[in-house]
Design a protein around this ligand. Sequence first.
Ligand code: CAO
Length: 424
Amino acid sequence: MSHIEIQIPNIGDFKEAEVIDCLVKIGDTIQVNQSILTVKCDKVNIEIPSSHAGIVTELKVNIGSKIVLGMPIMVLELKNTTTLDAVSLPNNLSTSFESSVVNNLVQSDVSHKFHASPSVRKFAREFGIKLHQVIGSGPKNRILHKDVQMLLDVKSLNYQNFSNSQIKCHDMHKDTPLNQLSTQPIDLNKFGNSSLRSLSRIKKISGNHLHQSWSNIPHVTQFNEIDVTDLEEFRKCSNQEYVIAQKSIKLTMLIFVIKAIVYALQKFPELNSELDAACENIILKHFYNIGFAVDTPHGLYVPVIKDVDKKSLSQIAVEVYGLSTKAYKSKLQSIDIRGGTFTISSLGGIGGTAFTPIINAPEVAILGISKLMIKPVWNGKNFLPRSILPVSLAYDHRVIDGALGARFVVYLSSLLNDLRKLLL
Ligand code: CAO
């Protein structure tokens, strides 16, 4: 049985480096590229991966050990399958191994300590999650199993296939963490007082996805103003009866838009699709799961109402109420936020005339709703006060042409303008 000594590889030109976590113990079976040590170099945490697979028979460093290039870390009893091609001497590192060290280095975040147990690290590795992407919820930001699971859920629910399709097509911004956006830090004290406030956990996760979507998808936004005077009258009357029956549940404009959008998606199925991994086909979805953005003190959530085509306005109202209540209480399950085919973001309850929403990839379009206003509308003889609802449809121009986007909005507007059309 052959043994090999694993040594500290070249991790850059650091003034000092210290072992802050030992991720393996004697007797552990480890794989090539598995993280074995966390070292701190000039305030940056770096994980040192193993260049070989085998069983740990001896550890030569402890927490607190100062390390230098070429220093022995541990002795491995090599697995039969392990080749000695990549001898672990620093000058002889295999390209892939060296690049994995460099990757760890690049992905390290000065402000983030990646504390996590070996099993959590393994779990993250198995799913291709880098620890710098995960926000730890344990003591001292320790990354727990559930934190990795949460990121996996968020990735698969809203951005399933995103890394396969959008990123492959454009080969850019691979899970770029938010902090990579910033340029050289500026000494703000030169200009005045400032203070730090950390982003919420949800903001950090969703921010990363929003950034990818915004920078990878060619967005076009189509605006319209919909005359919803009749609908508004109907809504107010129905609401009086409905609110009494359903206690605090309201029939807001959002409920009607959720219902109407499904009819528009059925007429224009390209808007209920996603691009395949090769960006060569669109996958048309024959189910209508509508996500809606919910603003909470912890950040933005997008719960999904399933099979909206089979649900009545009252059922949709009950689900909007139930899911947004769960979001406010941070009680959403992964099933509640999975499987959306189209998203609506309503800022109508707050105000503003119009906005350009960001597509919730891998979906190909999103509808923004702004605050209804009373506007004078010319009927050929007179100006009449009408209730006007501003909407904005952002769509992926690779999938949807401008003419299609405009037709979709016009059709949706006609449905909301005269709800009887839903019966046709
Ligand atoms: N125009 C005018 N008034 C509107 C309106 C519109 N388009 N939409 C809603 N309103 C009114 C409602 O009728 C309600 O009025 P009353 O209190 O008099 O009954 C009030 O605004 C509040 O409505 P609501 O927000 O409670 O209900 P909703 O169904 O419209 O929306 C929810 C529910 C959960 C989507 C919403 O509360 C929310 O979180 N919106 C923010 C979404 C968001 O942040 N989007 C941006 C994402 S990108 O950062």
